[in-house]
Design a protein around this ligand. Structure first.
Ligand SMILES: [Zn+2]
Length: 383
């Protein structure tokens, strides 16, 4: 068995920035597990460049805990690092490196405690789920949970080790972003009625989004743990037109929705679609099929909802001595695992304040505490 520091140093050594391959890192984990007698299933992306790892210890005919984490990390470009981000170094009880807290620390702790469980006769299974592209479009978690659904695997609960300083999180908003493209009909600006101005239609669409956002703001969720306590919208990118004297042919708008748990994104999208059909689409009629508009879903990450009966919450509250759970503003893979029909708890070493920054680090005591928490929890859930 390797200690978590050594494992963390090995994991940080793989540059798994989301746009690069994570295969070498996954191979390392697979080989490590194989050495302690645990077989893994590797689920690759279509181009084979990325992979998720799924492994089970113990019986396969019972529900078990899933220990989940992402292997990818955010880029280091443009950040002012004191040392090589892909070489873990320790300074004054802190381990520095890209992914040191988000979230190779948890994976290192899981791998450190696992060998002793691999030797035991487990009464209930333990599963490992390591993904790619959590920091981008969550394609890994989507693919992995689709695979589990096909295999009919329902966990007892899922523990995701995102950096929370070992506080317990059971709720976050969902995020989704969209690209709306409007095609108008160009012409000379002196004859505006001969063409159809895509930018003008874009402005109408922005107004629909603004009104929808306003509607959500008017009806905040009572007892919400979020600030703000409603779904929010952001207009992120707008592009269009070619010159001041040409009726704009194109307009592109990229927008985002952060869905409050309990708010139905599909209903929101239907609402936007209905208003668009009523207010904008009739203007295309004269110019069809040349003119038109379409919206594509670029990414959709479900919210994480607290559930009444969460065994993970009960165990981790007791073992950490905490008596509350919290809501966070950042998204995780939690909604995908919750979609399998089992509760999720987010709890991991390190702080989100150190994540995604130059000189990202995790404290030694956080690693030690996480290992102890894993040992106690796994002993309990596999009895
Ligand atoms: Zn993360």
């Amino acid at each position: 068995m390797l200690d978590p520091e050594t494992l963390l140093s090995q994991l940080v050594g793989f540059d798994t920035t989301s746009h690069r391959s994570n295969r070498a890192c996954i191979d390392f984990i697979r080989n490590y597990l194989e050495d302690v007698g645990v077989q893994s299933t590797i689920i690759t992306s279509d181009d084979g460049n990325k992979a998720c790892l799924w492994a089970t210890l113990g019986p396969t005919d019972k529900k078990g805990l899933v220990l989940a984490g992402h292997t990818d990390v955010v880029p280091v470009e443009g950040q002012n690092w004191t040392s090589d981000p892909f070489v873990l170094i320790e300074r004054a009880g802190k381990f520095y490196g890209r992914g040191a807290c988000d979230m190779k620390a948890f994976i290192a702790c899981v791998l450190a405690v696992l060998p002793s469980f691999a030797k035991r006769d487990l009464q209930r299974p333990l599963h490992l789920a390591f993904t790619h592209d959590e920091e981008t479009d969550m394609a890994g978690a989507r693919r992995l949970t689709d695979h589990l659904r096909k295999e009919g695997i329902v966990p007892s609960w899922t523990w995701i080790g995102e950096p929370t300083e070992l506080y317990l999180i059971d709720q976050h908003k969902g995020t989704a972003f969209f690209e709306t493209k409007i095609t108008g009909v160009p012409g000379h600006s002196s004859k505006p009625d001969k063409g159809l101005n895509a930018i003008e239609l874009g402005a109408q669409f922005l107004d629909i989004i603004k009104r929808t956002a306003h509607g959500r703001k008017q009806k905040p969720f009572a007892d919400s743990r979020f600030d703000p306590p409603y779904s929010t919208f952001n207009l992120g990118i707008i592009e269009g037109g070619t010159a001041e004297n040409i009726i704009a042919e194109h307009c592109r708008i990229v927008w985002q929705v952060r869905t409050h748990p309990g708010d139905d994104l599909d209903k929101t999208l239907d609402e936007i679609e209905r208003t668009t059909t009523k207010e904008i689409k009739p203007r295309f009629a004269v110019f069809a099929p040349r003119a038109g508009m379409s919206t594509c879903i670029c990414s959709r990450v479900p919210p994480l909802m607290p559930v009444a009966d969460n065994p993970g919450e009960e165990i981790l509250k007791r073992l950490t001595g905490r008596n509350d759970t919290q809501a966070v503003s950042f998204g995780t893979e939690g909604g995908f695992y919750q979609g399998l029909g089992a509760p999720v708890i987010i709890c991991g070493p390190g702080s989100i304040d150190q994540a995604h920054k130059a000189d990202e680090y995790v404290n030694r005591e956080q690693l030690t505490a996480c290992v102890a928490l894993l040992e106690k929890t796994l002993a309990e859930v596999t009895k």
